[in-house]
Design a protein around this ligand. Structure first.
Ligand code: ASP
Length: 437
């Protein structure tokens, strides 16, 4: 029975049981048992996903680019992808700004709590503050400098340097397309074979997803058990972020997808649900990439050519959930500290939150440091970060879901415009050794 159950159900069951176990552990004093014997399985699952991220990005991008026979098409797709990513990111910031200005969560914050939290967390952000200072002194072109690695092997060892790996993959892919086919035929075949191997590994890793998700959720609940007060006090702020994120997930993407590509609302959401669940439990869009890619290809009918190109770029530069949350967080902090933000200050937030989300790595809490840039750009005290750190974990989980949903959305749009969307997708050929998501 368990064997026959589709993977998506297994992951859901794992998640629910994980929450159940976490609660049980809190009430029966099994916290240490959970940390010692259950949490490590979650870490192993997370590591499995992370270990495949760099090879997957490199190989699928090189394969994607080199299978494009025509360079004009490549640059057209590139421009389209980046432009749509930018538009959706700016839209997400605007959603966040509108919501936080209407709900005004910061204005309901009790005075004593405010002071207590500033004191409680004041120390924990000194390191981040230092980083912010460093960032402020950098040239405005530093983000370009950061894209070009001085050592590609070093870049490949750091999951936070995905943009550098992408840069090299694009160079490599471009060289492959421009050289005469005869000369590079064997390299192309090699990458095609490697791509199959990586996808098989992803399939294998996903078989462990229900157990990994169980362990991650159980540990999360135990982590939070002592912090209920903080949780409640920041509820309205969290609610504002959550409304914005749900608006993106449930309304914005699926209705636009329906309108532009014809993929029905439910089919879109159902198709990417497994990826959303993995994003939710791992808080990492980079780690979720293998699942996102498989889902948009198998369920939404996006061609491999498009998904291999659009998704790895999206994982690094397109973070709509992150940018929406950064806008809410910045204004919330301003409200708490009694700083009045003018229209131009809010427009500055649009710009910096967009840039900061582009620069955030797709890893858990990846955007926290970047938020400092947004705060400093409008003269807000960086200490404000301390207020929201305590509640960041669950919001990170949800914004990661939005991040990968946005990537999937854009991949279907680009595929549609390139004539590379076949919906409903054809049944995959039966492969006895593999699990179909
Ligand atoms: N965890 C997010 C992601 O991986 C990034 C962030 O907003 O911190 O997409």
């Amino acid at each position: 029975m368990w064997k026959k159950l589709p993977l998506i159900w297994k992951i859901l069951i794992g998640m629910v049981l994980g929450v159940g176990w976490g609660l049980l552990a809190v009430f029966t004093g099994l916290e240490n048992f959970t940390y010692d014997w259950i949490q490590p399985w979650g870490t192993i699952f997370l590591n499995l996903l992370k270990l495949i991220a760099v090879p997957l990005i490199f190989i699928s991008l090189v394969k994607g680019i080199s299978s494009l026979t025509n360079i004009t098409r490549l640059s057209r797709m590139g421009i389209k992808t980046v432009s749509i990513y930018l538009v959706t990111t700016v839209f997400a910031v605007a959603v966040g700004l509108v919501l936080v200005n209407i709900i005004q969560p910061g204005n309901t914050f009790p005075e004593e709590k405010k002071l207590a939290y500033q004191e409680q967390f004041g120390g924990s952000i000194t390191e981040k503050q230092l980083l912010a200072e460093q960032k402020k002194e950098e040239s405005p072109l530093q983000f370009l400098v950061d894209i070009v690695p001085e050592n590609v092997l070093a870049a490949a060892t750091d999951n936070a340097s995905m943009l550098q790996v992408i840069f090299f993959a694009i160079l490599f892919g471009l060289a492959l397309v421009t050289l005469p086919h005869k000369k590079v035929e064997v390299v192309k075949d090699l990458f095609s074979g490697l791509n199959d191997v990586i996808l098989k590994i992803v399939d294998m890793i996903m078989l462990t997803a229900p157990y990994g998700v169980f362990a991650l959720m159980a540990a999360l609940i135990v982590d939070f058990s002592g912090d209920i007060d903080l949780f409640a006090a920041l509820g309205l702020y969290a609610l504002t972020v959550i409304i914005g994120l749900f608006f993106m997930i449930l309304l914005f993407y699926p209705s636009l997808v329906r309108l532009i590509t014809g993929i029905p609302y439910g089919k879109f959401l159902r198709g990417i649900l497994p990826a959303q669940l993995v994003a939710f439990s791992t808080s990492s869009s980079a780690a979720t990439l293998p699942v996102t890619k498989e889902q948009v290809e198998n369920e939404l009918g996006v061609s491999e050519e498009v998904s291999s190109f659009v998704l790895p770029i999206g994982v690094t530069i397109n973070m709509d959930g992150t940018s929406c949350y950064q806008a809410v967080a910045a204004v919330f902090i301003a409200q708490v500290f009694g700083v009045e933000l003018s229209l131009s200050a809010q427009l500055t937030i649009v710009l910096t939150a967009t840039l900061a989300s582009i620069g955030s790595p797709g890893i858990p809490g990846g955007s926290i440091v970047m938020l400092i840039i947004v705060l400093s750009s409008v003269g807000l005290p960086v200490e404000g970060l301390a207020l929201i750190l305590g509640i960041d974990r669950p919001l990170d989980m949800l914004r990661t879901v939005v991040n990968i949903t946005g990537d999937s959305f854009v991949s279907s749009l680009v595929a549609k415009s390139e004539g590379e969307l076949v919906f409903p997708p054809p049944e995959p050929a039966p492969d006895p050794g593999s699990e179909i998501l």
